[in-house]
Design a protein around this ligand. Sequence first.
Ligand code: OXD
Ligand code: MN
Length: 598
Amino acid sequence: MSDTLTTNKKLLAWVKEVEQLCSPDSVYWCNGSQEEYTMLTDTLVKSGTFVKLNEDKKPNSFYCKSDPADVARVEDRTFICSEKPEDAGPTNNWFDPKAMKEKLNSLFKGCMKGRTMYVIPFSMGPLGSDIAYIGVEITDSAYVACSLRITTRMGKKVLDILGDGDFVPCLHSVGVPLKANQEDVAWPCNAENKYIVHFPEEKAIWSFGSGYGGNALLGKKCFALRIASYMARQEGWLAEHMLILGITNPEGEKKYMAAAFPSACGKTNLAMLTPSLPDWKIETVGDDIAWMKFGDDGKLYAINPEAGFFGVAPGTSMHTNPNAILSLHSNSIFTNVALTPDGDVWWEGLTKEKPAKLTNWLGNEWTPDSSEYAAHPNSRFTAPANQCPVIDDRWEDPKGVPISAILFGGRRESFVPLVYEAFDWSHGTFMGSIVSSEQTAASEGKVGNICHDPFAMLPFCGYNMGDYFQHWLDIGKKEGAHLPKIFYVNWFRKDENGRFLWPGFGENIRVLKWIFGRTNEAATAEKTALGYMPTKGAIDLTDMDFTEDELRKILNVDKERWLAEVKEIREFYKKFENKLPKGLTKQVDALELRLKNS
Ligand code: OXD
Ligand code: MN
C-alpha cells in the first residue's frame, strides 16, 4: 500500500524518520486486506517461521515456534521513562528518557537492514468509538503484522478515521539486521538486548530485541495498559487488565461484569464460561483488557480494545473452555505449542490422552514418556474474537457496555475465601490493591512464588502505582457516578493434599449468580470482617456434588491468618512511601479492627 493513503503529517514524518534511522530494504504500509494477510503468511511460510496447518484440521492457520530465549514478557527489561523517577514508582523500572533515547537510537540505527519495515495503523477499540484510540506500529516482523491483523482492527480503515488526528507511535524491531546475502533464521530476536520501553509523557513506545507476545504486539500490554493507564489518569477514566462478560439470568435480565486476575489465572476461561446452571448465559466482550469511561448516566461503560484473543494454550480444552477451542478452529496462529504428525496442534491438557508422537515446541521429537513439555507453558493461540461462539452482540458497540460489577481475584491456595463483596468503592479499591497470586508462566520468574499483583496491574501500570491507587479512590468520588459493586473471588483453594476444593470452570456461574443477585438486591449477604459474604443457601448448589458444609469451608474467614495477612499488606504498602493514599491506610486499619472485634 502506498503512503498516499494518508496525509497525516505527523505520521508521514515519523515513518520517514524511522526509515532513516533503521535503514530497512523497503517500507510497506499495511492495508489490512485478506490478500495482504495471505501475502504475509506466504512470506512467513517461505522463511520457515510458519508451518501451515492441515486445512482439514485448522483451516487458514499456522504453527510457529519462537527462539527458546524469547518465550514470555520480560518484566526486568520493561522500562517506564517518565521525566521524574517518582512518576514511574517503586514497581516499575525507571530510566532517564534522554539517556534511554540515546541508547535506543544507537540500537535502532540500521537495525532493519535487509528487512521490510511494516507500517501498521491500528485502532484499539471499535473504529470511531469515543472510548477507542489509534496507534501505529512500525515493525520489521511479518509475524507481528499477521498477529496484529487478528488482535486489532488494522489497516486502511484506521487511516480513514485517523485523518489528521493524533496516534500513539509504537516502534518495534526484532533487532537483527541482515548483511547482504545473509540467511535469516526462523525466529529472529536479539535475546541479549531486549528493551520494552515506554515514554508515558510523550505517549510513545519503543521495543527492541523480542518478537514475542506483549513485548512485540505493542497495542496490547504496552499501549492498551501501560500508556493507556497513564492517559486514563489524566483524563478521568480506567484502563484495566480485565475481562468483560455479559451475564443473562433465566428471566432474560442482562448485566455486564469486568474482572481483573493476574496473567494466566483464568480470565479467558471466565470470559467464555459455559454455565453449569441451566438457563444462565455468559457472553464474551473481552478476555484481557477493559477501557472504561463514564457515560452521561454516570455509569462506567467498557470496551474491549482488542479484536482477538492471545490466550494461554496449555490447559485449554473442550472440557475447560469449549468456546475458546471453538474460537480457534480456523484463521489462527499457534505459537510454541506442539505439532502433530498430521499437521494439527496439541498442548498439555488439550486431550485426556496424550498423542503417541509429536514435535514439541523446541522442534524435538516427543512421546508421552519425554521429560520435556510438548508445548511451552506460555504457548499461545491467537484467534479472532468474532469466531467465539458466545461473543456478545454488543462487543463492538462503540458506546461500550455498562458495568454492574467488578471482580478481583488471584490464584491462592489457602485462606482467601471463594467470594466476598466490598462495603463500598473505597473498600473495593483496597481489595484491588491486595490482589496477590502464585507466579505463573506468563512472565519470567519462579513458578509458584506468591506475588503481590495489585489490580492484576503490577506489570502493566504506566506510572506510580501509589498514584494509580489514588486515581481509583478518586473515581469513586466523581459526582453523579453510579459505580459498579466490587467483589473478590478465589477459585483456587486447595486441601491439605493439594486438591482443588472448588471445581471452578462452569461451576463458577454459581458465584456469578450470587454477584448478579447482589447488583439487583436478589441475593442475600451477611457482614463479616472482610466484607459482605453469602448467607447460608445464598449460593445455588442445585444439582451439584458439593455440600453447603464444604462451601462454608471455603467461605470461612480465618481470623488469625488474616491478621497475619494485614501485617503482610502493611509491609507491602511501605514500598509506596508517601504515595500510598491515606484512604488505603484507613482501609487496612479498619480491616484489622474488624478482624480483632470479630
Ligand atoms: C497476557 C498476560 O499475555 O497477561 O495477557 O501476560
Ligand atoms: Mn493479560
